[in-house]
Design a protein around this ligand. Sequence first.
Ligand code: IMP
Ligand code: MG
Length: 174
Amino acid sequence: MSENIRVMIPEEELTRRIKELGEAISKDFEGEEVYLVCVLKGAAFFATELAKRITVPVVVDFMATSSYGSGTVSSGVVKITKELDFDPKGRNVVVAEDIIDSGNTLNFLLDYFKDKGAKSITLCTMLDKPDRREVDVKVDYTGFTIPDEFVVGYGLDYDQRYRNLPYIGVVENV
Ligand code: IMP
Ligand code: MG
């Protein structure tokens, strides 16, 4: 069985939208410094492009999370698998995520940064799949709202593949 990728969001659209998000963040944080937290691996492509579009001072950091569960069903328990290099205390944390699905990851990160004493916590996601939400999370910046389909590309994987696609696509078995 071979796989075919149907384009959902082309590269030009992503580039244009990420520029808008960067401009909005720069405006909202005028005179401040932003601590941009990239949630590995999925958000890596989005976060670095976003960072390039932010004009206020930016400190970039990386962390990784995993959600535990049996098989493909997320249990809602999120664990940190790679810690940050810097202390979030007193910083304007801007979390860059690839996609919000159940909401468990961003909900966990919101509590995590609250506990760490962040000055402010802003959630920014490239994609939002609202149909699949299990916990209600207030996202501050959203790139695109998409239907309930499994997407790949621009950092998102299917079994670790397709992260390098420069667009967002849907895997179709042919
Ligand atoms: P959550 O369910 O909101 O906690 O999202 C957890 C993670 O699941 C995301 O950060 C992605 O890494 C992954 N994920 C959710 N939906 C998709 C998808 O359509 N394609 C690839 N990864 C996804
Ligand atoms: Mg992720």
